[in-house]
Design a protein around this ligand. Structure first.
Ligand code: FEO
Ligand code: CA
Ligand code: CA
Ligand code: CA
Length: 547
């Protein structure tokens, strides 16, 4: 037999040009397949077919606005040709759910139930056929929806302040996973589609879900704090100690990590069920000299006491607002009011932290700061006022350890475009190569290659008079960025109106799963309503992506 050549994980693809085509554009030699559209069947039942559903029908469909995503291996299955995808549904694709716009104030009970059916997550078993194409296994026992109408538990220090059984999880933006094979889905906003009978404190958490349905029921882990959670990325060391990094997508918001008290078990999954209930939550402080520190958000420490003074969103004002008084009398109050606790403790308020990713060797952590056009006061880590196009920060934990309490950091790049130079607020940025605005999704793959996905708002202005953001950058896109030369290469461009998000892959990196969120044109089914979708990108010669 012919020996199998060693696969190359180099980056040799030819960049695709910025464009405004109503399709997914990938480099020569690559193919795109639509795998799971909003309205496709997940649990057995009907699928969307040009008619609006009942709430019971939609409860079993792929929800809408596919966002964060993770791929899980199945024992007994070659992971490169089959596994589980857990997919976040951030908000409904209303155009396939109901006639006209959704108005929370006037919505009927059925419309509210429909909206809640479309958020949450879905788990699907996917499999590759001999021709390389992928499909959802319709009869898999793993296929399951967790929605805004489902029931959830709460655990951790603030769980006593929440309902015993909670209805729904909301606005599942991005996500992450644990080393013990559970999915972490993040509630980004706490107010949209809220059932008015439900207490708001029940929302804004990281929710742990076992895609294999073996461990605990879906659980809101209050020890990780309550805020507009974007994603979660973990760093584990050789002793199985682990930290979970999280961004607060707020204007502005802080960067956090949660360090578990003990090592996880790699041999006994069930022993890890309460790992996320016992640990320390920290907020990042970025000092002007390139050093940083993690400050514990623990009642009684770092000013977190009764009568604490919250300075507020100081970066949004040139004259600081009056501080407000907050009582942190126990750890539950710290966790319910995490945003305020972080400011009291001296955390740095950043330009809307979106995703965080950790290098495979723990030597670097990257975070996207998507943009913050209302920033009035700059600092070293957020150097542009009216930061229209965002930036990316790289930091390095002391000793490359998840347990570190100090780190060093640098600005990795400032997004923007040379065409925008001279129009104010350093709009040009310093990207080397293909330019972009508003980095959002970011992931370093297992070979250490850095991928960035964008979410610039549409419609939006570039900052140059009478020039739309799409005139300069085209549609939202996905980029490879070399970490040494910082050269950026555009890998994929999305269809009209969408953002690009969600990055998952098979272990051999020959199949990338990517989410196309909120398209507005004529994609993915020509002549039909647009639908958010998970796609698969691969090379026609079945070698690793990027090569
Ligand atoms: Fe749902 Fe911050 O993106
Ligand atoms: Ca989004
Ligand atoms: Ca996002
Ligand atoms: Ca975004």
């Amino acid at each position: 037999p012919t020996p199998t050549p060693t696969p190359s994980y180099g980056i040799t693809f030819a960049s695709v040009a910025a464009n405004m085509n109503d399709t997914v554009t990938v480099p020569t030699g690559y193919t795109v397949q639509v795998l799971l559209k909003a309205g496709d069947s997940i649990e057995a039942g009907t699928a969307y077919a040009d008619a609006y559903p009942t709430p019971d029908q939609a409860e079993k469909w792929a929800g809408g606005n596919h966002d964060g995503m993770a791929y899980f291996e199945l024992s007994g299955t070659d992971a490169n040709s089959g596994g589980l995808l857990a997919i976040n549904f951030e908000y409904p694709d209303f155009n396939i759910l109901m006639d006209g716009d959704y108005d929370a104030d006037t919505a009927t009970a059925a419309q509210k139930a429909l909206a809640l059916s479309a958020v949450g997550i879905g788990v699907v078993e996917v499999a590759k056929a001999s021709d390389g194409s992928w499909s959802v296994k319709a009869d898999s026992k793993y296929n399951k929806r967790y929605t805004g109408n489902s029931s959830y538990k709460a655990s951790g220090p603030a769980s006593g302040l929440l309902s015993g059984t909670i209805k729904g999880m909301l606005n599942n933006c991005s996500s992450g996973r644990t080393p013990w094979g559970t999915y972490l889905t993040c509630e980004e906003t706490t107010d949209n589609y809220l059932d008015p009978t439900q207490p708001e404190e029940n929302y804004g958490w990281v929710v742990e879900i076992d895609p294999y349905q073996e461990l605990a029921a879906p659980t809101k882990r209050t020890a990780l704090g309550r805020f507009d959670h974007e994603n979660v990325a973990y760093m584990a060391d050789s002793n199985s100690r682990v930290a979970f990094y999280m961004g607060h997508d707020g204007t502005p918001g802080c960067i956090y990590k949660f360090v578990c008290d003990r090592a996880y078990s790699s041999s006994n999954r069930a022993a890890n069920t309460d790992m996320l209930d016992h640990g320390t939550l920290y907020v990042a402080r970025f000092n002007g000299d390139g050093t940083g520190e993690w400050r514990a958000l623990v009642q009684g420490q770092n000013g977190l006491t009764a009568g604490a003074s919250d300075p507020g969103n100081v970066s949004q004002f040139t004259t600081p607002p009056e501080p407000t008084m907050v009582d942190f009398t126990n750890q539950a109050q710290v966790l319910i009011n995490t945003i305020s606790a972080a400011r009291v403790a001296g955390g740095t308020v950043m330009d809307r932290p979106e995703w965080i990713t950790v290098a495979p060797d723990n030597s670097a952590v990257f975070v996207t700061l998507t943009n913050n056009s209302s920033r009035a006061t700059a600092d070293a880590a957020n150097p542009r006022t009216k930061n229209r196009h965002g930036h990316i920060i790289k930091f390095k934990e002391e000793g490359n350890s998840p347990l570190a309490t100090t780190f060093s950091w640098e600005i990795f790049l400032l997004a923007g475009d040379p065409e925008l130079a001279g129009f104010g607020d350093k709009l040009e940025g310093d990207i080397n190569g293909d330019t972009f605005s508003s980095p959002d999704g970011i992931r370093i793959d297992p070979k250490g290659r850095l991928w960035v996905q964008t979410d610039h708002s549409i419609p939006g202005t570039s900052g140059k008079p009478d020039t739309s953001i799409e005139d300069v950058f085209g549609h939202n896109a996905m980029f490879y960025i070399d970490q040494t030369s910082k050269e950026s290469k555009r890998f994929l461009v999305g269809p009209e109106g969408c953002e690009i998000t969600g990055i998952a892959y098979t272990p051999d990196l020959t199949n990338f799963f990517i989410n196309i969120q909120h398209p507005t044109g004529n994609w993915p089914v020509d002549g039909k309503e647009p639908r958010s979708s998970t796609i698969v990108v691969r090379r026609t010669d079945a070698t690793p992506i990027g090569n």
